[in-house]
Design a protein. Structure first.
Length: 123
């Protein structure tokens, strides 16, 4: 079994290498994609922050209900989250604003890309 797993892992690495050879990084487009979710990309981060305060299951249910309600009303997730009185009871507005910001989602990408490009130039 181990030899087969090793062969499969090796093939997975080969396929991954083939995929990334032609990869072009477009940081502007990546940021646009995050912004297009209107805060939805931050829902997991919001749920994790709430889980520390109210428990994982309750936090999951609250964020899920909020996202579903916002979608049904055609309202952006971040707007619905900011207007939620239940969220306001658990998180101060400055914390909620930080959790809904797209900056943490893209903040490390630039450094990672720079490191990758520097490694490519060296080797």
């Amino acid at each position: 079994m181990l030899p087969e797993l090793t062969l499969m892992a090796g093939r997975a690495v080969e396929l991954l290498a083939e995929l990334v050879v032609g990869l072009r990084i477009d940081a502007r487009r990546m940021a646009q994609n995050v912004e297009a979710t209107h805060g939805g990309a931050a829902s997991e981060r919001l749920m994790l922050a709430l889980a520390r305060r109210m428990g994982r299951r309750r936090a999951h249910d609250l964020v899920h209900q909020l996202a579903q309600s916002a979608a049904e009303r055609g309202q952006p997730f971040d707007q619905a989250a900011r207007e939620s009185t239940e969220l306001q009871a658990w998180l101060p507005s400055y914390a909620l604003a930080g959790l809904l910001s797209s900056e943490p989602d893209t903040g490390q990408c630039g450094r990672m890309v720079d490191r990758y490009l520097a490694d490519r130039e060296q080797g």
